[in-house]
Design a protein around this ligand. Structure first.
Ligand code: TEU
Length: 558
C-alpha cells in the first residue's frame, strides 16, 4: 500500500484544447508548459497528456503515425523536453497516453504491411481473406460501419475496431509486441513517469475471429464482448510489465471499456504483475438511450440509486485487493456538471460541481480531473451538426439520422448536446477575453459560449469558486491517510435513498462521514455523528445539521 501514486491526483490535459502559444487556433506544448504553474496551484501530482505524437489527427491524435515524434502542430521534441523539465522542477510527474491497440494507417509499419503478404511488417496488423466477397466477419467499428477495410493491393481486408485510418495491431506477433516495449522503454528512459493505456483490454483478439451476436435489424455486431478482456490479455500485460514496468518507476492505468470487477481485480491487483489501476466504464453507461442500438444517444438521466450502487460495487469489490481509479470526465465524456449535476442556474452549477467533486474525491482510489472540470466547465450544447468536429459524433449523426432514419435531426442534436465528445473538447476557458484567452486565432473547435462567466480568471479571484474547492479536496487527500486507505462503507439504510448519498471512510485513526444531497431542493436527514465531529469540508458556509440545502455536500471527521 505504499506506492507513491496511491495518494496522488491526476490532471488530464487535452493538448489541442488547453493553451495555444503560437496563435494558430490549436493548443500546443509550449502552451501547456506556460500553464504548468496553474496546474501546480491546483495541487495535483501528475499530468496526463492525451496523445501529442505525430498523427494525421483523424481521431485527434489517437491515430499515431510515429510514436517517437511530436505532432508538428504541438511543437517538437525540444518543446517536449522543456515541458518535462519544467514539470519535474515543479514536482509534477508526466503520464503519456499510450495508444497501442492500433496505429494510424500512415504509420510506417502499416505502410510496409500493406505492400505485400511477404513484407516483414505484414503480421504487425490483422489481415484476412474475405468470405464470398464480403468482410471476413460481421464486426462493426465503434465509429459506425464495418470493422474491416478491403485493400486492393493484396486482395485482403484489415481489421480496424475504430476508424478505417486506425488499423488494429496484431498482438499475436511477438516481434510487434517487442517493438512496442522498446518504444515504451525509450519514453521511460527519457524520464516520463507513466502511461495511460488506450483501450488496452482490446489487444487480445479471439481465436478465429468469430462472428459476434447481432439483432436482425442491425448490420454489424458490436465486437466488444469478443475483443474485451481476450484470452491472452493477462499474458500480454504481464509480458509488458516484465519488459517495461519492472524496469522503471512508472504509474500505469489501463482504459478498459467492458471491464468488470473480477477482471479489474486481476489487472490492478496489489501483486503488481500487470497495471496499477484501470478505468472502468460502468458508471459511464448508466444514462443514454433505452434502445441498445442507440447506446448513449438518448436523454435518460442516471438515477442516484444506480450511480451509488455502481460506485459502491467498485469500492467494495476492489477493497484490499486492487486499486480503483476515480473519474467523472475525460476527453470522451460529457461534462460532469451537465451530466450528473445541474447547470441550469449559476448557483446550482457551482453547488452541484462541488457536490460531485466531494462524491468522487472522498472515495478510495486515484482521482482524475479533466481540464476545466476544476472550474465547473459545462457541456457546449452546440445547436447544429455543423458545429461538431468529432468523428464519433459526425458518424453517429450520419448513421442514425441520415442513413437509417432512426432519430430525427432535432432529437439527435439534443443527444449530441448531452453526450458528444466535443462537449469535453471545447477550449479551456482562461479568461473573459477574446476566445477565453485560449488563442488569438479562432480555435479549431468552437468555444463554449459561456466563457465570459465560467473561466479561470474569475475562479481564481473568487475564494468560493469550484477551483478552490477542488484544491481543498486535493489537499485533504494529501494530508489525511484515511482518504487513501480508509475502508468505504455505505451508511446503513442509504442504499434506497433517492435523494441523498451517505457513506463513511474509516481507518484505525479516523472516520469520515460524507453526506451528499443530490437534489436541487431542501430536505432533512439524520445521520449519527459524535457531537465533537469536525466539519472537514462543505459547499455551504455554515452547517444546519439535519437540514440539507440544495446540493449540499459535507464531510465530518471524528
Ligand atoms: O476510447 C475508447 C472508447 O471507449 C471510446 O472510443 C468510445 O467508444 C467512444 O468514446 C464512444 O463512447 C479511446 C480514446 O479515449 C478515444 O478518444 C479514442 O477515440 C479511442 O480510444 C480510439 O483510440
Amino acid at each position: 500500500m505504499d506506492n507513491w501514486w496511491r495518494n496522488a491526483v491526476i490532471y488530464q490535459v487535452y493538448p489541442a484544447s488547453f493553451q495555444d502559444s503560437d496563435d494558430d487556433g490549436i493548443g500546443d506544448l509550449k502552451g501547456i508548459t506556460s500553464r504548468l504553474d496553474y496546474i501546480k496551484k491546483l495541487g495535483v501530482d501528475i499530468v496526463w497528456l492525451s496523445p501529442i505524437y505525430e498523427s494525421p489527427q483523424v481521431d485527434n491524435g489517437y491515430d499515431i503515425s510515429d510514436y517517437q515524434a511530436i505532432n508538428p502542430t504541438f511543437g517538437d521534441m525540444a518543446d517536449f523536453d522543456a515541458l518535462l523539465a519544467k514539470a519535474h522542477s515543479l514536482g509534477l510527474k508526466i503520464m503519456m497516453d499510450l495508444v497501442v491497440n492500433h496505429t494510424s494507417d500512415e504509420h510506417k509499419w502499416f505502410q510496409e504491411s500493406r505492400k505485400g503478404k511477404d513484407n516483414p511488417y505484414r503480421d504487425y496488423y490483422i489481415w484476412r481473406d474475405g468470405k464470398n466477397g464480403e468482410n471476413p466477419n460481421n464486426w462493426g467499428s465503434f465509429f459506425t460501419g464495418p470493422a474491416w477495410k478491403y485493400d486492393e493491393e493484396t486482395d485482403q481486408y484489415y481489421l480496424h475496431l475504430f476508424a478505417p485510418q486506425q488499423p488494429d495491431l496484431n498482438w499475436e506477433n511477438p516481434k510487434m509486441r517487442h517493438s512496442i516495449y522498446d518504444m515504451m522503454n525509450w519514453w521511460a528512459d527519457k524520464g516520463v513517469d507513466g502511461f495511460r493505456m488506450d483501450v488496452i483490454n482490446y489487444i487480445s483478439k479471439p481465436k478465429g475471429l468469430p462472428d459476434g451476436k447481432k439483432a436482425d435489424h442491425e448490420k454489424y455486431a458490436n465486437p466488444e464482448p469478443l475483443v474485451a478482456n481476450g484470452h491472452r490479455i493477462h499474458e500480454f500485460l504481464q509480458e509488458m510489465h516484465q519488459n517495461v514496468m519492472s524496469k522503471h518507476d512508472l504509474v500505469t492505468v489501463g482504459e478498459m471499456p467492458g471491464v468488470n470487477v473480477t477482471e479489474a481485480r486481476q489487472y490492478a491487483n496489489f501483486d503488481d504483475k500487470e497495471l496499477n489501476m484501470v478505468f472502468q466504464f460502468e458508471h459511464m453507461g448508466l444514462d443514454g438511450s433505452d434502445n441498445p442500438t442507440l447506446g448513449r444517444w438518448g436523454d435518460r438521466k442516471a438515477s442516484l440509486k444506480d450511480l451509488r450502487a455502481n460506485l459502491t460495487k467498485w469500492q467494495e469489490a476492489l477493497s484490499g485487493t486492487a486499486w480503483n481509479s476515480l473519474y467523472w470526465d475525460n476527453h470522451d465524456q460529457p461534462r460532469v456538471v451537465s451530466r450528473f449535476g445541474d447547470d441550469s442556474t449559476e448557483e446550482n452549477r457551482v453547488l452541484s460541481a462541488k457536490m460531485l467533486a466531494t462524491m468522487l474525491h472522498m472515495q478510495q482510489g486515484t482521482p482524475y480531473i479533466f481540464e476545466g472540470e476544476e472550474i465547473g466547465m459545462t457541456n457546449a450544447y452546440f445547436k447544429s451538426i455543423d458545429d461538431y468536429v468529432d468523428i464519433d459524433s459526425i458518424n453517429a449523426y450520419q448513421q442514425f439520422v441520415e442513413d437509417e432514419h432512426l432519430i430525427d435531426s432535432k432529437s439527435m442534436i439534443k443527444y449530441l448536446g448531452l453526450h458528444s465528445r466535443d462537449n469535453a473538447r471545447t477550449p479551456m476557458q482562461w479568461s473573459s477575453g477574446k476566445n477565453a484567452g485560449f488563442s488569438a486565432h479562432d480555435p479549431w473547435e468552437h468555444m463554449n459560449s459561456n466563457y465570459k462567466t465560467i473561466n479561470v480568471e474569475r475562479a481564481l479571484a473568487d475564494p468560493d469558486s469550484v477551483f478552490y474547492y477542488y484544491q481543498k479536496l486535493i489537499e485533504l487527500r494529501h494530508t489525511l491517510p484515511v482518504i487513501t486507505d480508509g475502508k468505504y462503507q455505505l451508511v446503513a439504510g442509504n442504499e434506497n435513498d433517492e435523494e441523498v448519498y451517505a457513506f463513511t471512510r474509516k481507518n484505525t485513526e479516523m472516520t469520515l462521514l460524507v453526506i451528499l444531497n443530490d437534489t436541487a431542493h431542501d430536505l432533512n436527514r439524520h445521520y449519527d455523528a459524535p457531537k465533537d465531529a469536525k466539519l472537514l469540508i462543505s459547499n455551504y458556509a455554515d452547517d444546519l445539521g439535519d437540514h440539507l440545502r440544495p446540493f449540499e455536500a459535507k464531510v465530518y471527521s471524528y
